[in-house]
Design a protein around this ligand. Structure first.
Ligand SMILES: [Zn+2]
Length: 326
């Protein structure tokens, strides 16, 4: 596709296009469409859909429309049950000899998807990728003000691919599936990061961990959201930080709104809806605590978000040991 839509078009079209994505199973949750297009997952199936996406990160401007990324209560229930089952499965296999990992260095394979050799065609410099890895390490170590997590990231490879039929990367498309199937490397512990122009209105998306490795496992991020990119307000690298959070089993801080178990993390105050930009003193639920607008798993500007909580760090490590550890 040679057409590069302007930002306004990207935003407007993004809301519509994401309503078409629907993917559910016991092990996968999706970019949830608007309620009118939603249908419940078949109960009890173990079928893994070819395309399994976690919540995508959307830009400001989508706020007035249907939020396409909030998971349903049914999806959350299924995912939490699967996590418990995965932990039991691991425990039964680990007969005392193998201790759960406490610290993890994640190898990162970066696939730079390009339409051609130009910058607008996706040819971002290596320096942006190196800076992105640094941003991930800062965020996940707590260096930006949040809780330290168990995770560090090590760039193992930059794979540049010129293929116009894979560009832009469209969430849930057959081209995305073909791209990932052709390119994905490593085991469950390997982060495959796909960079390119993406579905209009989205900044990126990710798969949640699954018990059986899917060829679609990985994270897709808008190339110009990397540090120094051209995507205004979202060009400090926190889209990747957010999407990797999903890849490590985190939900959005606004998951479930004000009621229920929310994002499954006790130390992220409940939040009724996503926060955009960088609101001051936002407090949308009567439960204690202001909205966690500075959390990486909200939708605020990169300049606004800078932390994970200890509860999120714990949840990610638990999920690592359940799903991604060797
Ligand atoms: Zn998200």
């Amino acid at each position: 596709m040679g057409l590069r839509p302007n930002l306004l078009t990207r935003r407007a079209a993004g809301v519509a296009s994401t309503t078409l994505a629907l993917l559910l199973s016991t092990a996968a949750v999706g970019v949830v469409p608007a309620a009118s297009a939603f249908s419940a997952a078949p109960g009890g199936t173990c079928v893994e859909p070819a395309d399994v996406h976690a919540g995508a990160r959307v830009k400001a401007g989508g706020a007035a429309k249907h939020e396409p990324n909030e998971l349903t209560a049914t999806q959350i229930k299924e995912r939490e049950a699967d996590l418990a089952a995965a932990l039991r499965e691991r425990a039964s296999r680990r007969t005392g000899a193998v201790a759960p990992l406490a610290t993890v260095t994640i190898p990162v394979v970066v696939h730079v998807i390009q339409e051609d050799s130009t910058r607008v065609g996706g040819n971002i410099p290596d320096s942006m990728i190196n800076n992105q890895i640094a941003v991930l390490n800062q965020a996940y170590s707590g260096a930006t003000g949040g809780a330290p997590t168990a995770f560090a990231f090590q760039l193992s490879k930059i794979n540049r691919v010129v293929n116009p039929s894979w560009y832009p990367i469209i969430d849930g498309s057959s081209a995305e599936r073909a791209m990932k199937t052709a390119l994905r490397e490593g085991g469950k512990n390997t982060l495959n990061l796909y960079l390119g122009d993406v579905t209009p209105g989205l900044l990126g998306w990710a798969t949640f961990p699954q018990r059986r490795l899917s060829s679609t496992d990985g994270v897709v991020v808008l190339n110009e959201s990397l540090p120094g990119g051209t995507e205004a307000n979202y060009n400090q690298g926190d889209t990747a930080t957010h999407e990797v959070g999903h890849w490590l089993n985190l939900y959005h801080t606004f998951q479930g709104g004000c009621s229920g178990s929310g994002d499954g993390v006790a130390d992220t105050p409940a939040e009724a809806t996503p926060a955009y930009e960088c609101p001051t003193g936002r407090n949308t639920c009567s439960a204690p605590g202001l909205d966690p607008i500075t959390n990486f798993m909200d939708y605020t500007y990169d300049s606004c978000m800078h932390q994970f909580t200890p509860g999120q760090a714990s949840r990610m490590l638990t999920a690592w040991n359940a799903y991604r550890a060797a």
